[in-house]
Structure formats: C-alpha cells, structure tokens
Design a protein around this ligand. Structure first.
Ligand code: SAH
Length: 214
C-alpha cells in the first residue's frame, strides 16, 4: 500500500493509549477489560486504513473489534477515524499478525477477518501470505473452538491458494463467493481496497471457513 509519510504519527499513537497499543502483551488474556462491555471479540489482521473495521464496529455494537496492522502509516488512519468516532467497541493493535499468540490468550478471540491481504505471488514468499498454515495455526490458537475465518480479496491467485491452504489445514469451507457484489450476500461492508478494485470491474472473492483442530 502506498502511503504518505505522516510526521508525528508515533507521537499521536503514544498519546492515545486508551485506543491503541504497540505492545499488547500486558493485555494478553485481559482484552475484555479494554472495552466498555464484555462481548465476543472479532479481529481483523491487516486492517489498512480501517474503513472496514470502523464501519463494522458501528454496525455491530454487540461485538468488540480489534484492528491489527503492521504499518504505522496505515494504522494512524485507523486511529484518526477512532479519535473522531470514539467507539467503545473498537481497539487498535500495531503489531505483526505473525506474533498474535504473544498478545492473545488461547481462546480469547471469536472470529477473524482478513481483507485484501497482500498476495505475495512468488512461491518463495508463500510464508508471508496471511492464509499460510503458520498464520492459520496462530489464528486458531488464539480463537475459541470452531471459530470462523472470513476472507475477502480481489486477487484470484491468492484466493485459489487460500482455498487449498485452508482445506489442507483441515478447515471447513462453509460458503464461497466468486463474485460477491453480484450475489445475494447482504450487509457487506466495503474496505478501501474493495472500493478501488470493484470500481475497476474486478470481481470480489469471499469465503467463510471454520477452524476444526481444537
Ligand atoms: N484490509 C485493507 C488493507 C489491505 S492491504 C483493505 O482491504 O483496504 C494489506 C494490509 O495488510 C496492509 O496494510 C499491510 O500492512 C497489512 N499486513 C500485511 N502483513 C501483515 C501482518 N503480518 N500483520 C499485520 N498486518 C499486515
């Protein structure tokens, strides 16, 4: 993702510890304490600028959302949105999704979202794809048994890879969409990338799958 360099981003992050953490390890197993109400926690790994998770948090006040993003310059946009909205059911965590077991206790999460994850098309970069088996294991470890993974992308190659990767990992594919925007799926909340790619006429792929190994 191309981003302007945002001066002072880290200062803004450090000034708002009520909404954003750069090291969540002290909240491992205690995330509910950071929210107004105790209710299921859904995470999005790779939130980008955060349109999806902010709109989801507004639409579903009965869910607690955590936005996870690696890049400071993207996360600052999520934080700016949250500083306007002040949603009691949204928290931000600036960390690598590969390390989530450091920040969440086993079973702390109820659902995982991935949206328009980087495709990493070269085989030698397979391990960086957010649907690679090590990531799936990480998500499952921090999730409740039979938790769901919801994934959207415009990238056919990543979608094909992910179907096979989830299947090899033993997940159940509950539903698959090959053209989400021309389907009867209701209540879709668009991400920034989704708006951009669908405006160019590209189909959006989506899947819902269940973890089975615990
Ligand atoms: N979900 C957004 C952004 C998609 S771009 C949208 O649909 O508009 C993919 C995002 O994933 C980038 O912001 C990138 O920084 C983030 N990302 C990639 N690998 C990550 C990782 N291992 N942990 C956390 N975020 C990651």
């Amino acid at each position: 993702m191309r981003l302007r360099n945002k001066p002072g981003a880290m200062d803004t992050i450090i000034a708002n510890p009520q909404y954003i953490l750069t090291d969540g390890s002290q909240w491992r197993g205690k995330w509910q304490d950071r929210f107004e109400k105790e209710q299921p926690i859904h995470i999005e790994v790779g939130s980008g600028k955060g349109q999806f998770i902010v709109e989801m948090a507004k639409a579903h006040p009965d869910i607690n959302y955590i936005s996870i993003e690696l890049q400071t310059n993207a996360m600052i946009s999520v934080l700016e949105k949250q500083l306007e909205e002040k949603l009691p059911n949204l928290q931000l965590l600036l960390v690598n999704g590969a390390d989530l077991t450091d920040f969440f206790a086993d079973g702390e999460v109820s659902q995982v979202y991935l949206n328009f994850s980087d495709p990493w098309p070269k085989k030698k970069h397979e391990k960086r794809r957010l649907t690679f088996k090590t990531f799936l294991k990480t998500y499952e470890t921090i999730s409740k048994p039979k938790a769901q993974l919801h994934f959207k992308t415009d990238n056919q190659g990543l979608f094909e890879y992910s179907l096979a990767s989830l299947s090899r990992y033993g997940m159940t594919l509950n539903q698959v969409w090959l053209d989400l925007h021309h389907s009867d799926y209701e209540g879709n909340i668009m991400t920034e990338y989704e708006e951009k790619f669908s405006a160019k006429g590209q189909p959006i792929y989506r899947l819902e799958a269940t973890f089975n190994n615990k």
